[in-house]
Ligand binder design. Structure first.
Ligand SMILES: [Fe+2]
Length: 412
């Protein structure tokens, strides 16, 4: 027995199983040791998914083996730089770009904190790395699976297939009075996000506009009931830009900022609608421009800027949207110096709602990873905004205090 063991160690390199990261492609074969002999468990090239991890856990395997001639691949795997792969850009490759846009359309990003370990799900979970999606957990109506805490670890965007959105919605509706206020708020935020995503596909759907507006009222009551709710609602750290996630984040941040500066409920409602719909006009802009990772040409930028007036058009079709909210949408890219768009407004002609949404919009964009730069930390994002003279200083002060108090964003 002792001899066989030595043979295994001579030809195979031991590897702590915990160093196998979910979602990584294995560049070597993996073996386990059983009764003194080696047995191949996983083949080179497979993606290490949660089933594989569960398999190891269920057998109590904490050390696996890699053949010694694959030492270089093992070292490269252990020293891999995950950031460089998440920064992979498709800006110069039209085919990859088309694929990435196509897949982004087919998937929907969820907030992983809504997934409770131990609960059953009946939809697959995937995650995005660079421009590729990997399986994280397999589940279906026929074969539901239990959410595993290990799946939720790590800094990644968890996505589901768009066709599974109704099932996810059903999963969210399990939230009941026994859940914590923070959890309920995240569920509410997720439901609002789904409604917004649906609206984005059919911006002329008036019922959806009303549903999303109703969600704004719910968010206001959650935030004013308990200021620590902001922390729960604004906990997502984005590895990619999704207009629906961004819109909800900007709404939550703007409402918290409005509330911190003492606005009335009526004003908060109008501000929240403006913030929630600030980029709704993006639905009229081609994804090639919205998703473009490099610098936009001046022609492309002119088209991009039209999202502001397109948003106004969409909202004007709904008489229930307050005029002040529409004005806020129109002003969210104006700058105090007069360098903004679409109307190059200056100083006082930019109203408080526009000023608040501009801060929230810029902050949420900076803490989101782009293909050409990693996400800034909340602290760095604030310093960048503070150095820019285009943002309202007094609202910025409230914003800093607010994020420092209840609204610390989590470094996940
Ligand atoms: Fe915008």
């Amino acid at each position: 027995m002792g001899t066989t063991r030595r043979v295994i160690q001579d030809e195979y390199l031991p590897l702590d199983a915990k160093r196998l990261a979910l979602g990584t492609r294995l560049p070597f074969d993996i073996y386990s040791e059983e009764n003194g002999t080696n047995r191949q468990l996983f083949s080179k090239g497979i993606v290490f998914e949660s089933e594989a991890m569960q398999f190891l856990l269920s057998r109590g395997v904490d050390t696996v083996y890699v053949r010694s001639h694959e030492a270089d691949a093992l070292n490269a795997y252990l020293n891999r730089n995950t950031t460089s792969s998440t920064r992979k850009s498709f800006r110069d490759d039209p085919l990859e770009f088309r694929n990435a846009t196509f897949f982004k359309e087919k998937y929907y990003q969820i907030d992983s904190s809504t997934l409770e370990p131990g609960t059953k799900i009946d939809f697959n979970l995937y995650f995005l790395q660079g421009i590729e999606y990997f399986h994280l957990m397999k589940a279906s109506e026929e074969e539901p699976a239990t959410v595993d805490a290990a799946v939720l670890e790590g800094e990644r965007d968890i996505v589901i297939r768009r066709v599974d959105m109704p099932r996810y919605r059903k999963y969210l509706s399990r939230a009941n009075a026994s859940e914590s206020a923070a959890k309920q708020s995240v569920m509410l935020k997720e439901s609002s996000k789904i409604a917004f995503r649906e609206l984005f596909e059919k911006p002329d759907n008036k019922d959806k506009v009303i549903e999303v507006a109703g969600n704004v009222e719910n968010i206001i009551s959650k935030i004013s009931d308990d200021s620590s709710i902001l922390r729960a609602m604004f906990s997502i750290r984005n590895n990619a830009f999704y207009v629906y996630t961004h819109s909800i984040n900007v709404a939550v941040l703007s409402l918290a900022l409005g509330s911190a500066s003492g606005m009335t409920k009526d004003a908060l409602y109008k501000l929240g609608i403006g913030a929630m719909f600030h980029d709704v006009g993006m639905s009229a802009i081609s994804p090639e421009i919205i998703e473009k990772q490099g610098r936009l040409s001046s022609q492309e930028f002119a088209i991009y800027k039209a999202h502001v007036t397109e948003g106004e058009k969409i909202l004007r079709m709904n008489p229930s949207i307050p005029e002040e909210s529409i004005e806020a949408v129109l002003q969210h890219h104006e700058k105090l110096s007069g360098r903004g768009y679409p109307n190059r407004l200056k100083g006082d002609s930019i109203k408080p709602f526009g000023r608040i949404i501009a801060i929230a919009d810029c902050f949420d964009s900076l803490i989101t990873t782009c293909a050409y730069r990693p996400a800034y930390s909340p602290f760095d994002a604030l310093s960048i905004i503070a150095r820019d003279k285009d943002y309202d200083n007094s609202y910025l002060r409230y914003f800093v205090i607010m994020l420092g108090k209840g609204g610390k964003t989590e470094q996940r």
